[in-house]
Design a protein around this ligand. Structure first.
Ligand SMILES: *Cc1c(COP(=O)(O)O)cnc(C)c1O
Length: 358
């Protein structure tokens, strides 16, 4: 079976040699040396304040809690369900603004139209690691005096106009889950230039401690462990290889894709990370037929992202998003991971042509 993605693992020995320090110190969590090294290494990599938490969903929740989302939050229907659920879980009301066809990201005009007297802020996803129109969105947020947060779960090592994509907006939430481009098994990160926000998030993630015996806010436990950080530290040296390999596989798909399948647009001035390989089918039926036929050959694909989040059954109110609903019905991600071999990709392309190209 060829899976749609496979986790990158360092050599076991490299991971264990980092961990051996924890055996000596017996410090396994509570902001130990591995967490703090990984945190500061990534701060330097992206030139931002950074805080590591237990996963990328909790990082969204902590940002939303710290900024106050009890009101309407304008969001994208085209993302993973975690984006919408984080808003609901923190007591906000998601208001869906439709996406644009080209990049699959928020359409700034639709975002601005959705702003009303109860709008607290905006939460959008750089889907597949493709930058949102951050320049237009930052202007809109500033004009209306509201916060702008990015779910940047897919955006590790993406640069836009020479800066990390994490640096746009009020804050960005990263996911270091095992299926993401850089991972700590489970894990998440909050990136921001806003010191007050970072201070508040650091307090909220650690039970609300201000000192060992004083508490100002009802915080929770969103810490991550030394074992997770050690995984991240042993993967970081491989990032260049990981992205180069993903790029080569993506470019080969681009060159050999059957006619009739199309691809999202990557904006100019983007240094992309090749996080996913989504293709648009002409319609849902051709997608479903192709997906099933590929599966028979042992080729796994995923409907990233389906369903369109404005159609989730538990929403108490929603908005129509025709572009997102259309895209969600006919987008499929093909296998893409650094260890995918040339022979496996030949096999995938052969069957894709046989099934869809016929
Ligand atoms: C993976 C993902 C998340 C959640 O991250 P976890 O670390 O798995 O909690 C949030 N948003 C998007 C868009 C994702 O793809």
């Amino acid at each position: 079976m060829i899976f749609v993605t496979r986790t990158f693992l360092p050599k076991a020995q490299d991971y264990l040699s980092i961990l051996s320090k924890s055996w000596k110190s017996k410090c396994l969590t509570n902001n130990g040396p591995h967490i703090s090294t990984l945190q500061s290494t990534l701060e330097k990599r992206f030139l931002l304040n950074h805080c590591i938490v237990s996963n990328g969903t909790v990082s969204l929740q902590l940002i939303l809690k710290a900024l106050d989302c009890k009101g309407e939050v304008i969001t994208t229907p085209f993302s993973y369900v975690a984006t919408t659920n984080a808003i609901l879980w923190e007591g906000g009301l998601p208001v869906f603004a439709d996406i644009g066809l080209g990049t699959c990201n928020a359409n700034p005009k639709a975002v601005e139209q959705a702003i009303g007297p109860n709008t607290k802020g905006i939460l959008l996803t750089h889907v597949y690691g493709i930058p949102c129109d951050v320049d237009a969105l930052e202007k809109i947020a500033e004009k209306h005096g509201i916060w702008l947060v990015f779910d940047a779960a897919h955006a590790f090592d993406v640069k836009y106009k020479g800066k990390s994509l994490f640096s746009y907006g009020t804050a960005a939430s990263a996911s270091y889950h095992a299926t993401k481009i850089f991972h700590t098994v489970e894990g998440g990160g909050i990136y921001s230039k806003d010191e007050t926000l970072m201070k508040s998030v650091r307090q909220l993630m650690n039970f609300g401690h201000t000192s060992p015996e004083s508490f100002d806010v009802p915080g929770i436990n969103a810490k991550n462990s030394e074992f997770h950080a050690a995984m991240g530290l042993s993967i970081l040296p491989h990032m260049e290889h990981i992205i180069a390999r993903r790029k080569a596989i993506s470019e080969r798909y681009d060159a050999q894709l059957p006619n009739g399948l199309s691809r999202p647009l990557i904006p100019d001035e983007t240094e992309y990370n090749y996080a996913y390989y989504p293709v648009f089918f002409p319609d849902e039926k051709s997608l479903l037929d192709t997906k099933a036929a590929l599966e028979k050959e042992g080729i796994g694909t995923r409907r990233y992202f389906y369903p369109s989040l404005n159609t989730l059954p538990y929403l108490t109110s929603t908005q129509p998003c025709p572009v997102a609903e259309d895209i969600a019905s006919r987008v499929l991600c093909l296998p893409l991971y650094p260890d995918l071999s040339d022979e496996e990709q030949t096999f995938i392309l052969h069957h894709l042509h046989r099934i869809f190209g016929a």
